[in-house]
Ligand binder design. Structure first.
Ligand SMILES: C[S@@+](CC[C@H](N)C(=O)[O-])C[C@H]1O[C@@H](n2cnc3c(N)ncnc32)[C@H](O)[C@@H]1O
Length: 432
C-alpha cells in the first residue's frame, strides 16, 4: 500500500460534509446512548449537566477539578455534547489537511479524552479504516479513555457503523499523572503525527490573564515537547476553541515550532510573522504587527449540517450553536513544493485572469465597509505573507468566499486607515 496523501488538501478548509458522513454523524447519537445508557430520570438532567460542564470549562474554570472527566455526570455530559461537537468541528477540518498518513504509521494524541481524534479520523477519513495505524492516546482521565475505547469498539462491532467489519487500528491508552502531557511512547521514534486537541486551553488556564511572558514560556516548553515527539519527519496538529487566548497561544506555538524546523503547513499562507497574533501587546520576540495586533487567527463556519439532535440539545442547554469556531495549526517538515504558498489551484471564478500575486487566507466573516470605502463595498480580513489584508469587493462576491479559503488578490497599494490592513480585491472578477 502506498502512503495516503490526503483528499482535498487545497484551498477550501472546511468543506461541507458529504451525505455518508452526515448519516454516520447522525447514527453516532443512538450509538452513544446505547453504549453509555443512563436511566430516563437522569436523561432529563442532561441539558443542565451540559450547561454546568460548559460553565466549569469557561467562567467557572477555577472550580473544575483536574480530572473532571473521571466524574460520571461530567463524563456523561462530555460524551453527549462536547465529544459530538468536537467531532463535528474536526470532521469539517480534517479532510482538508495533508496529514500524509501511511500504513503502519503511529499517532500520538495528548489530552485525548474519549478518543476524539481516532473517532473523528474514522468518521471523516473512511479510506484510512483499511490501514493498520497505531494510536497512543494519553489523558489525565482514565474514565474518558476507557469510554473512548468502548465507543470505538461499538463503532466497529455488530450494530456499529462499519457493517461489523473490524478496523485494524491499534489504540493504546495511557493515563497521565498531573504534571502535564508526557510521551507514553518515549524512546520510540517515527511518530507520524502528534496531536493535541482542545487541551491547551485547560493548561494555560493556570497562566493568569495578562501574564504574556508566562504564556510564551508555556508555548516554548510545549513546542519543544511536541517537536521532540514528532522527530525529524513527523507532523504536529493543534486544534483549539476559537477564543482569543487560544489563537494567541497557537501563534506563539507556531513561532516556537518554526524555530524547531516544524514550520506551519496550514492554515498559514506563508511562513513569516503571524499578522493575527491575538490580544497580547508583546509576548516573546515577536514583531510589532501594528494596528492588527488585537485580531486573532480563528475560523467560523455554519453548523447547518450538524446532527439535529445535537443542535436541539445545545438549545436546551442554553448554548445554541449556529456556528462553530476553532483555531488550529498543522506544522511539520514539508518539501518546498508542499508549502502553503504553493498549495493551489485557487478557486477560479468567472472572468478570472491569471494575475500573479501571493495567496490570501480568508480569516474573518464578511462585513460592510464604511461609506468612505464605497457604498456597496464589503470586506473580509485575510492573511498573506505581506501581512494582514482587507479583501474588499461587491457584497455578493465577498460573501461567496468560503471561510478559510485561499484566494489570489490584487493589492491596491493602500492601507485601510482603521485597521492598517493592506487593501486588496480578489483577482477574480464577478461575472459582468
Ligand atoms: C476538553 S478535553 C479534550 C479531549 C479531546 N482531545 C477532544 O478534543 O474532545 C481536554 C482533555 O485534556 C485532558 N488534560 C488536561 N490536562 C492534561 C494534562 N496535563 N495531561 C494530560 N491530559 C490532560 C483532560 O483530562 C481532558 O480529557
Amino acid at each position: 500500500m502506498t502512503a495516503f496523501r490526503g483528499t482535498t488538501a487545497g484551498p477550501e478548509l472546511f468543506p461541507a460534509m458529504g451525505p455518508k458522513l452526515r448519516r454516520d454523524m447522525d447514527a453516532l447519537f443512538p450509538l452513544i446512548e446505547k453504549t453509555f445508557p443512563v436511566p430516563a430520570r437522569f436523561r432529563r438532567d442532561l441539558a443542565s449537566g451540559v450547561a454546568e460542564l460548559s460553565r466549569l470549562l469557561t467562567s467557572g474554570r477555577g472550580e473544575r477539578p483536574l480530572s473532571y472527566l473521571n466524574q460520571p455526570p461530567m463524563l456523561s455530559a462530555y460524551l453527549r455534547y462536547f465529544l459530538p461537537w468536537n467531532l463535528y468541528r474536526l470532521c469539517r477540518l480534517l479532510p482538508s489537511l495533508e496529514l500524509s498518513l501511511a500504513p503502519g504509521d503511529r499517532i500520538l494524541d495528548l489530552g485525548a479524552g474519549p478518543l476524539t481524534l481516532p473517532i473523528a479520523l474514522w468518521l471523516c477519513r473512511p479510506e484510512l479504516r483499511a490501514f493498520p495505524l497505531e494510536f497512543s492516546c494519553l489523558d489525565l482521565s482514565r474514565a474518558a479513555l476507557d469510554a473512548g475505547k468502548k465507543l470505538f469498539a461499538a463503532l466497529n462491532g455488530p450494530g456499529g457503523l462499519n457493517g461489523g467489519s473490524p478496523c485494524p487500528w491499534i489504540i493504546k491508552t495511557h493515563s497521565a499523572g498531573g504534571r502535564g502531557p508526557q510521551n507514553p511512547a518515549k524512546g520510540k521514534q517515527n511518530v507520524s503525527l502528534v496531536a493535541v486537541l482542545n487541551m491547551y486551553n485547560e493548561l494555560f488556564q493556570s497562566v493568569s490573564p495578562g501574564n504574556e511572558e508566562g504564556l510564551y514560556r508555556l508555548a516554548r516548553t510545549q513546542g519543544a515537547l511536541l517537536a521532540s515527539y514528532a522527530g525529524k519527519d513527523g507532523k504536529i496538529l493543534v486544534v483549539e476553541p476559537g477564543i482569543p487566548r487560544s489563537g494567541q497561544f497557537i501563534t506563539l506555538l507556531r513561532e516556537v515550532l518554526t524555530g524547531l524546523d516544524h514550520p506551519p503547513l496550514s492554515p498559514c499562507a506563508h511562513g513569516g510573522p503571524c499578522p493575527f497574533p491575538g490580544p497580547a501587546k508583546s509576548a516573546g520576540p515577536r514583531r510589532d504587527t501594528g494596528k492588527g495586533a488585537s485580531k486573532w487567527c480563528h475560523f467560523a463556519f455554519d453548523t447547518q449540517d450538524a446532527p439535529a439532535v445535537l443542535r436541539r440539545l445545545s438549545t436546551a442547554a442554553g448554548l445554541p450553536k449556529e456556528r462553530a469556531t476553532l483555531s488550529f495549526l498543522l506544522a511539520g517538515p514539508a518539501p518546498e513544493d508542499q508549502r502553503p504558498q504553493d498549495q493551489g489551484p485557487y478557486p477560479r471564478l468567472p472572468g478570472d485572469q491569471e494575475t500573479p500575486s501571493s495567496p490570501v487566507r480568508i480569516i474573518s466573516d464578511p462585513f460592510p465597509l464604511g461609506l468612505a470605502q464605497g457604498p456597496r463595498e464589503w470586506g473580509r480580513y485575510g492573511c498573506a505573507k505581506e501581512g494582514m489584508t482587507l479583501v474588499r469587493g461587491e457584497k455578493a462576491l465577498v460573501e461567496s468566499l468560503p471561510p478559510g479559503t485561499l484566494v489570489r488578490v490584487v493589492f491596491t497599494g493602500r492601507r485601510d486607515p482603521k485597521s492598517g490592513a493592506l487593501l486588496c480585491r480578489p483577482a477574480a472578477r464577478p461575472p459582468a
